[in-house]
Design a protein around this ligand. Structure first.
Ligand SMILES: [Zn+2]
Length: 467
């Protein structure tokens, strides 16, 4: 319906924005969806009243200006009788028009709410498609506590990294891990640039020096884990030994021939994780090495991103193990609320320890001992790991205390129960969202032990636990 960039779109958009007489719903039965998703750390992120099933995002990218002209088609199911609903969408992007299965009204409110009012109320259970046409130069987020996220310009293009709330910098979104959806991402860019995103490439077509590429993520994905990059890459494609399709990429400016090693390590670790925790949860594995300047690696779904600033360098095997472990712990199985992020970072960090142990490096016990040696007076022990606060989600506690907690759990319930628990956790909750309470309940069920003291001390009590 919408063809972005045409005169017709702009004209229709003005008419839609100016429409005000249409009343949505009838008789008070239809009510607005909530403007947040109930996470106290990020009260404006996410929305209520609907459940997104699929995002179909199309971008035309102009490297000269950094501008995008884009269309988002969002298929969702109403979870209440809806008179209007919100999407998270940040300026300075300009909305050109919004439709909900036909004409709709819209307005923007506050920093990130795009409020959409369909012509008629949407009955609970009905599936509807919202189309948003927009354009502009997306701007990244630099958060004093949480670092850089969103649409990040690089020397040769862009890298979009969303965790925890960057998605709304380049597409309208229900930005909560609670609302996973499948994704199609289509980018049209000059043919000398490579486009990579989550999932598998399903289409590529070149015409007059511009290439259009579509990537499809077929498994449910949280918006914080969506990724898109446009740049100059050397790409390696193949399969792991166990047969998982694999795509790795190294920025050409960083590549001194390390691509084959990166590909091999990624595949070896992917297969080790499969043997340890069960089948790889997505359609393909891989990784992207780029000079992003954010100072972190991120477990973007199916294909993690590693920020490397020096040519010739690769992420450490430990970092690769950490990010690949996240594909099970964090991506497939995702905490619904950010306070439970230790379930991501603790498991990922512990898998780094376990992989080292399994490959002749330091044992997990030695890693635990080294971490536990941190003085009790160190303030990092005072964070309540199970509720670290908005600014504390990336603190030492979520990572190292999280891994230590899992090690204590392992030594308490024994290796057999511990590995059974990990496998049950990722299979039972595959593609879903979880809480610490879910994890404790499963740990107690699998082990047959009361773990109240362990969870109370390690997860919910500040201070250095006694052993
Ligand atoms: Zn991590």
């Amino acid at each position: 319906m919408w063809r972005s960039g045409t005169v017709a779109v702009a004209a229709v958009a003005m008419v839609l924005a100016g429409t005000s007489a249409v009343q949505a719903g009838g008789g008070g039965r239809f009510t607005p969806g909530a403007a947040g998703a109930g996470d106290p750390y990020f009260p404006d992120s996410g929305n209520g009243g609907y459940d997104v099933k699929d995002y179909d995002l199309s971008f035309a990218y102009d490297p000269a200006t950094g501008a995008i002209t884009a269309t988002a088609r969002i298929r969702a199911e109403a979870t209440q009788d809806l008179s209007s609903f919100d999407l998270d969408f940040l300026g300075p992007l300009v909305v050109d028009g919004v439709e909900v299965d036909g004409p709709a009204r819209w307005r923007r409110e506050g920093a990130q709410e795009l409020i959409v009012t369909p012509r008629k109320g949407i009955v609970k259970g009905r599936t509807f498609t919202t189309t948003v046409a927009y354009h502009g130069v997306p701007q990244r987020i630099d958060d004093p506590a949480l670092g850089t996220s969103g649409w990040i310009a690089t020397s040769d293009g862009v890298m979009a990294l969303n965790q925890p709330f960057g998605a709304a910098t380049y597409y309208p979104v229900n930005d909560t891990p609670k609302d996973k959806a499948t994704y199609s991402v289509t980018v049209t860019a000059p043919s000398d640039l490579t486009v990579l995103a989550n999932g598998e490439k399903t289409r590529e077509k070149t015409s007059r020096g511009r290439t259009t590429v579509t990537w499809r993520m077929r498994q449910p994905m949280a918006s914080e884990l969506a990724m898109l990059t446009i740049g100059k890459y050397n790409v390696t494609r193949g399969r792991t030994e166990a047969g998982v399709p694999s795509v790795t990429a190294v920025d050409t400016a960083l590549d001194t021939g390390q691509g084959a090693g990166f590909f091999a390590t990624t595949n070896t670790v992917t297969d080790w994780m499969q043997r340890t925790w069960g089948r790889y949860p997505f359609g393909s594995t891989g990784g992207i090495v780029d000079n992003v300047g954010v100072g972190y690696a991120l477990e973007t779904q199916g294909r993690s991103v590693y920020d490397i600033g020096t040519p010739g360098r690769l992420p450490s095997t430990g970092t690769i193990a950490h990010e690949l472990a996240h594909q099970w712990f964090g991506d497939s199985v995702t905490p619904a609320l950010w306070k439970d992020i230790w379930l991501n970072e603790g498991w990922a960090t512990y898998n780094d320890w376990l992989y080292a142990e399994a490959t002749g490096g330091r044992t997990a016990q030695a890693a635990f001992d080294a971490a536990y040696a941190r003085a009790a007076t160190n303030p990092s022990w005072q964070t309540v790991m199970g509720d670290p606060g908005r600014d504390g989600i990336y603190d030492w506690s979520s990572y190292t205390r999280g891994a230590m907690t899992l090690h204590v759990l392992r030594t308490t319930i024994g290796d057999a129960a511990f590995y059974r628990l990990g496998r049950a956790w990722v299979s039972r909750h595959e593609g879903g969202v979880v809480s610490t309470a879910d994890f404790r309940a499963l740990a107690e069920k699998v082990s047959g032990k009361d773990l109240d003291a362990l969870f109370t001390t390690w997860v919910y009590t500040p201070g250095k636990p006694a052993l």
